[in-house]
Write a protein that binds this ligand. Structure first.
Ligand SMILES: [Zn+2]
Length: 126
């Protein structure tokens, strides 16, 4: 079994810094136990810090004064929408809108209301 599937996490994309490590979203990372995080770290994954950067690249950019070269990625972000669409597409057909928002919200660490609002603002159908 794939390590990501085993821990029910989805790697998003490579760090936009120099390391090109594949990042795991913070919300997913913090849901994991220490053992799972250690396994993922050993396999070469890193927690997303901010601005599309891993923690090492983030700290380097901050310390060298280049952090402003990296765009902030505040919610509702492309990442949130990608996560939501991925979760939505894995739900069984016929699940109600409220149920979709509840289940996706659980996995994104957001209330259904906050997720609904973010999706409405972004013009994405729940
Ligand atoms: Zn990096």
């Amino acid at each position: 079994m794939n390590l990501l599937d085993k821990h029910s996490v989805r790697a998003l994309r490579a760090c936009v810094g120099t390391c090109e490590t594949t990042l795991i979203p913070r919300a997913q990372w913090y849901r994991l136990g220490r053992e799972a995080r250690d396994q993922l770290t050993e396999a070469g994954f890193r927690r997303s810090q901010a601005r599309g950067l891993c923690s090492a690249c983030y700290e380097y950019a901050r310390d060298t004064g280049t952090i402003d070269q990296y765009e902030r990625r505040l919610r509702p972000s492309a990442w949130l929408l990608e996560d939501f669409e991925h979760i939505r597409d894995t739900l069984p057909v016929g699940v109600s809108r409220a149920e979709r928002l509840r289940r996706a919200g659980d996995r994104l660490n957001m209330s259904p209301e906050a997720l609904d609002l973010a999706l409405r603002r972004a013009g994405v159908a729940a």
